[in-house]
Design a protein. Structure first.
Length: 328
């Protein structure tokens, strides 16, 4: 086979490419993420508007692949951003420029869709990936990636939270400080599709913006695209008063991944300072622990000190991951 890209072509991935994608990823990561890529490829091919998913093929063989998804805003509107969350090159093809060709194609697709920013997260120790993205125009993003083990949150934290702790909803939360109630005294259940309207309403009251498209996509990903449903809703008097959106993917042999991702938390303004946020977080950790997920991570603006205080109070610390961004 030629060592150049003259015989290569770029085209969207299809369901028939799944095994090749898994093989390329496993060669780099050392583990099989079949469940994750099954869900991601199905979501991308079912709703291509929200994704860029491409492969570089040499003759009929997949030499590399890339996935990016819309994460904030709406296509064609100011502030729309996408996340590059998977890129892999077949062993032996690393020096052929395939990675750059994949990234160029992803950026071309996203620009056509009106996306203005591409983001990514990389482990600190992945120097080849960091070097590649740096040379491709990525810079440090003004965000912090935080992580926590799924160990149980101590009861003293539930009953006596930090006074300036604040709820996270990635907008302008007002906080959930005060005397928290135990998760056992605040009814918490699994999130349902019908909760979407209330979730949007809770967020709008905090952020001052209607983010219907964002939460519609987020709920679909958390309920339908992740391997295990772990998103939760807190209720008082039978009405939703808070939510937490999180996801866990399947790894090899149908087992839950060792890491979960926390996407958003929100609490109704009328129920702040009653421990709803702590109860949701405590219940999430308990559930993740049962699933044998070992850690959970999230991302927050670096200057959102209130959010960082909240995460610190429940045991989150800086992760060994770097958040990157590139203007398109």
């Amino acid at each position: 086979m030629s060592d150049t890209l003259l015989e290569s072509n770029v085209k969207p991935l299809s369901s028939g490419d799944l095994d090749a994608v898994i093989s390329i990823d496993a060669a780099a990561s050392g583990v099989s993420r079949r469940g994750y890529f099954e869900k991601r490829l199905k979501a991308a091919t079912t709703n291509p508007r929200d994704y860029a998913f491409v492969g570089v093929f040499e003759r009929d063989d997949l030499a590399g692949f890339a996935f990016a998804k819309l994460v904030k805003g709406a296509f064609g509107k100011d502030g729309a951003s996408a996340a590059l969350d998977a890129l892999g090159v077949k062993p032996g093809c690393n020096l052929k420029g395939i990675g750059q060709k994949l990234l160029d194609e992803v950026e071309k697709i996203l620009c056509h869709k009106g996306v203005s920013t591409l983001t990514s997260q990389v482990n600190w120790g992945q120097w080849p990936v960091l070097n590649f993205l740096a040379h491709s125009g990525f810079e440090l993003a003004p965000n912090m990636v935080l992580t926590r083990s799924t160990s149980v949150i101590p009861h003293e934290l539930e009953d006596d939270p930090a006074e300036d702790a604040r709820e996270i909803d990635y907008s302008s939360p007002d906080g959930d400080s005060g005397n928290a109630l135990s998760r056992d005294r605040i009814p918490i259940r699994s999130m349902k599709q019908g909760d979407l309207g209330k979730i949007i309403s809770i967020d709008a009251a905090s952020s001052g913006a209607n983010r219907t498209e964002y939460f519609t996509r987020m709920q679909d990903e958390n309920l339908n695209q992740s391997g295990v449903r772990v998103s939760l809703v807190a209720e008082q008097d039978g009405f939703p008063v808070g939510f937490i959106m999180a996801r866990v993917d399947f790894g090899a042999f149908g087992r839950a991944s060792s890491e979960a991702v926390l996407d958003a938390i929100g609490v109704d303004k009328g129920y702040r300072k009653q421990g709803v946020g702590y109860a949701l977080m405590s219940k999430l950790m308990a559930n993740l622990n049962i699933l044998r997920a070992e850690t959970v991570r999230t991302e927050v603006d670096w200057n959102a000190t209130g959010l960082i205080d909240f995460f610190s109070a429940v045991g989150f610390t800086p992760a060994q991951r770097i958040s990157l961004t590139k203007a398109l």
